[in-house]
Design a binder for this molecule. Structure first.
Ligand SMILES: [Zn+2]
Length: 616
């Protein structure tokens, strides 16, 4: 029986913990770290932190993480720390010196406990950062808390001092009795447990005795929380069905911030999601949110517990390089949409549109022919999170390519095993083997061999280690499907032309969105614009002497034919320049996956089995 109770409140107190961890509030218990955060009344976007550390020597280094797990970018969180001071537990001021960008050294002078006070500014709202405002607060531990090497593994308690107006404190961390706050096993768990402070509804549900909570911060008239929770539950059920093992030890929190931000970040017992205020009223955007929920929840297994060896222990100060993000992120991206289909949250047609979108994104990225996905995984730190105008030409997303590799590999295994085996099985076997033993570069290949034989590894290797293109056409063919790359042809974006009409022409550029003029965001390698000498940030004023205006691109380019030579008039840093250009084919706006004419019943059966849905 399903129970749908709308209620607000602190997370369930775990009875056992209540008995064991009954520390007095004032004194710091031996062998633990305590952080108390509060918010000044006279300033927004500031967190006041008091941290208490047990010390073991005459000198202690206080360290601020430079990045947060799951988001592979150096963010230099110490840049937001100010007014830091240290004292002994008797209130004696201790000398403190900054010795590196992320490190302060304290002369602890035999003090038993070190008390540190500091401020953290929160200028950026994101799933990886912290944000303090009168409307709501999000605390991501890596961006707020200092640690010491000596105390990193010790239990950490967290107190969040708020007033009623700020709302309640929500986190997946177990609560301590009374007003004693929350407890983390160590610094890693503290960092892995985002905290929300808000007046916000929670929706609780259970599946097989496991409790889940959807927290909707910023819920408004466009969001139906009950419906969203019902849909999240379907995603939970489908994921649990997929993995067949529940690794959760306490309630899992979906912390959904309806604040116009986008993105998600995975944690052991929670995830932070950001979405738009009206996204639930737009089918396309709502599917994106469902897909995000499925993606982050899939990470509970794939990457939170089953991890590449390079990410097995969090190292917060320097980059942790791994060539396997195509597996951790890419295969999560393959399954996020697929599980929506199996959960009945999208129709087969909608699922195939999502798959076609991934294939389109991959095939319209020239960088896919430059670098293999293992290399772009390794370079996530200077690539995926720091894209620039040329990224499209020299890198490929390990999310997108990983998802497409997932699709062709899954299909390959189904095909050669006559549908007796599939990629799901590989993932489950990987999990059983590597949930507690991190995987190395050969682990996935070994499991693929066991499930599908050596030939499957020969099929997979070039997709990972070279720029060989995934053969999506023959994969689709096995299900009686085909990819139509041409029938929705258009100019650089937008226009649908007649199926048998002449192909539309294109400049070979990507335009910035939301600019008042037609400003080039990226020039595609090998296209007409590149040979003509167009550059990112150029504003295109006219093509062939005809004025180009925002919204008029398709109409204008539809009048030219691919291969025609003409001129393009641009403004470059205020200077008007005319260049000669040979037009190419327009980039199709999107691809479409359709049933092939004359498809067989056996193919439809394969399709139904793969998508977990009846095809009507
Ligand atoms: Zn992810």
């Amino acid at each position: 029986m399903k129970k749908w109770i709308r209620k607000t409140g602190r997370p369930t107190l775990l009875g056992a913990l209540a008995i064991v961890f009954c520390f007095p509030v004032a004194a710091l218990a031996a062998g633990e770290v305590r952080h108390t955060v509060s918010f000044p009344e006279d300033r927004e976007q500031v967190i006041l932190v008091r941290s208490e550390f047990p010390v073991d020597g005459a000198v202690t280094d206080l360290i601020m993480p430079n990045w947060t797990p799951g988001s592979y970018k150096i963010r230099n969180f110490a840049g937001n720390v100010s007014r830091i001071s240290a004292m002994s537990d008797e209130g004696r001021a201790l000398s403190l010196e900054k010795v590196a960008k992320d490190r302060w050294q304290v002369d602890t002078e035999q003090a038993g406990t070190l008390l540190v006070d500091y401020e953290v500014h929160t200028p950026e709202l994101g799933v990886q950062t912290s944000w303090v405002s009168s409307a709501f607060t999000l605390i991501n531990g890596a961006s707020v808390f200092l640690y010491t090497e000596y105390s990193r593994e010790l239990p950490h308690t967290l107190n969040v001092k708020t007033d009623k107006e700020q709302g309640e404190v929500f986190t997946a961390l177990p609560a301590l009795p009374g007003e004693a706050g929350f407890r983390a096993k160590g610094f890693d768990e503290l960092v892995d447990s985002p905290v929300a402070v808000a007046n916000a509804p929670t929706y609780r549900f259970t599946h097989k005795q496991q409790e889940y909570v959807l927290l909707n911060v910023g819920e408004n008239q466009f969001w139906d929380g009950q419906q969203a929770a019902r849909d999240v539950r379907k995603i939970v059920v489908e994921n649990q069905l997929f993995w067949r093992i529940n690794p959760l030890e306490r309630p899992f929190w979906f912390m959904n911030f309806i604040v116009e931000g986008r993105g998600g970040l995975e944690h052991d017992h929670s995830t932070v999601l950001m979405t738009g205020r009206r996204d639930m009223r737009d089918r396309d955007k709502y599917i994106k949110w469902l897909s995000l929920v499925a993606h982050e929840f899939f990470h509970v297994w794939n990457v939170r517990r089953m991890r590449p060896v390079e990410l097995s222990e969090s190292e917060y100060q320097v980059e942790q390089y791994t060539s396997q993000l195509w597996l951790a992120e890419g295969l999560s991206s393959y399954y996020d949409n697929l599980l929506l289909s199996r959960a009945g949250l999208v129709t087969p047609k909608e699922y195939l549109e999502l798959l076609a979108r991934d294939i389109h994104r991959l095939e319209t990225t020239p960088g896919r022919l430059v670098r293999p996905v293992t290399e772009t995984s390794f370079d996530a730190w200077i690539g995926q999170y720091q894209l620039n105008a040329n990224s499209i030409n020299n890198t490929v997303s390990y999310y997108t390519k990983g998802a497409v590799i997932g699709f062709v590999l899954d299909t390959y295994i189904r095909k050669v095993s006559k549908n007796r085996h599939n990629l799901d099985e590989v993932m489950r076997k990987m999990y059983r083997r590597h949930a507690s033993q991190p995987y190395d570069r050969d682990a996935f290949k070994n499991v693929v061999t066991e499930v599908a034989g050596d030939a499957a590894v020969e099929f997979l290797e070039p997709l990972l280690n070279t720029t060989a293109e995934p053969d999506v056409d023959s994969a689709l063919e096995w299900y009686g499907l085909k990819l139509d790359r041409k029938n929705i042809n258009a100019a650089d974006s937008g226009k649908t032309v007649e199926k048998n009409g002449p192909p539309a022409s294109g400049l070979g550029v990507v335009f910035e969105e939301g600019e008042p003029g037609m400003v080039i965001k990226a020039v595609l390698a090998g296209a007409g614009a590149a040979s003509a000498g167009l550059l990112p940030a150029d504003e295109v004023l006219a093509v062939g002497g005809e004025r180009l205006i925002p919204g008029g691109l398709d109409d204008l380019m539809g009048s030219f034919r691919p291969g025609e030579e003409t001129t393009v008039l641009i403004s470059r840093r205020g200077k008007i320049i005319e260049l000669n250009i040979t037009l190419g084919n327009a980039i199709p706006e999107r691809f479409e996956i359709v049933l092939k004419s004359g498809y067989k019943n056996s193919q439809v059966k394969r399709l139904q089995r793969w998508l977990g849905q009846e095809i009507k």
